[in-house]
Write a protein of this length. Sequence first.
Length: 548
Amino acid sequence: MCENFISIMLLRQHPDGTRRRPAQGDKGIDVIVPVAENPRIYDVYQIKYFYSSLNSSRRSQISNSASTLLKAVRAEQLQVRNWHLVLPLDPHQHDEEWLESLFSGTNIRAYWKGLTHLEGWAAKYRDVVDYYVYHGAERINGLLESALRLAEMRRGAGNSGLSVESVHTGLVDIFVILNADDPHYRYDLSVSSTDAGFDQVPPGVAMSQITKRAEGGPTVRIDVYPKFKEAVLERPIRHDLLIKIPTSDVALIEKVENFRTFGEAVTIPAGFVHAEMDDPIAGTTSSEAIAVRIEPIQVKPVRLRLIVEESGTRKASTFCNVEKLTEGLLGGYVACLRSDSGTIVAEHRVGKPAQSEAAASFNLRVEWHGQVALKVIEYLRFANEVRAPRKVVLAGEFVGPYTEIASIDIAGQRLIPGWLLEYAESLAALQDYADEPLKLASRDVEDNRSVVEALNLGRLLKGHTLEQTQPRWIVRSENLQGLAAEVNEANAMAWRAPLVGKIEGAVVTIPDVLYSADNVAAQLVVVGGEEGVVLTGTREGVRISIRL
């Protein structure tokens, strides 16, 4: 219980933090918080329920937690700024020095958060202590009902509606009571003469309740927001609905099936729904006098990370955006992901939990044809690492694998052809010499002339020597007579000139390339109105070596 409510106080102090569940193992982390200035770096809190002086056994437990964390840091699974030891015990002499020594030789700073800190947090978050220590949960469950009685909302003169004074006083009473005592949720209240716009879900809301007692009368809305990111995990909101629709209402049945299958929004009129509810507003109740509006999940700008791992070692990672997310009542969902460039596309489909693992699938593909090489090269490097027997892990954008969303084993063929990455890297390197953006070929063919040209020019930039053999070779230079004389004397020549190639409609020009030829004869001729030296081979043909 101690670790539980200390964790909640930490999460209230740091609403963006994440609590590590016992089932996930320790790893030196109970609560982890991204640093505001750089969400890739974290502050870590380790909670211990030691209320008396540390003996060797307790010191060993703390030391083991620190060592486990350092393993993750050294494996580059996590970047940590500060490690806080939290326990209901203030440090004795030299305790803090010992704690700091656990992280000597690292950039991690260690801090002791003892009883004095806990007392300060308990004074600040009395609602948390009341809920977890003094059994306040039972009182919180009936809080709204008590607040409504205290509000004493009354109708105005002539029974014309709610009086302004009563509305203001009553709603303020409810607001103050609820937001003072609930450790997990805060509440916003509003009253309107119409329900127009009330079907819009506010950002960050955990649930909303909209009440109208009479047609044309005032509408009351209560929006419930989590006070910290993990509040809905600590105190879940549960609504179990039993929908009974007569077979004669074909149109409504079709709408319900579309929701079950595709996640499309549907409204079930009052009289067709039996609801069992357990939520911060209603507590544990049941009702048959409600209409239900079921909406698909609205996808906010959510980014995830795709990680390729092999035997626990990270091979590559990339970021992607959630383009679509639908979840059915049966527990299945479909998530569609796409990288910023649009190159990496994934669909994670999970069937009903009761089904076998075969009901889950993860389809990953690469859409590279016609893309500008410089813009997609990093994504192709990631795709090149996707191969059996590795696995792909879905995780949050700036959190490590310990909060993984899903883990999928890789099977089957490679995600991209073996030659594609070298081809893309060649185009990226050649971009400085091209007059147009260099795009990847529109066909998946390794012997495509454009692909071969790009691979050859790319290898030239890496220091390789290219060799070509042709029946004859035409050389143009300012000193044609000298070149011809040189060949006639030594049957070999060398000259510098630009190398020009065409790749997918773009012209690539590499200046100052060194050409050399041997076992050749030269003849000065006029070609296309310009003088040139024609080289002919003395044997199979002209063999030209090209290098930078």
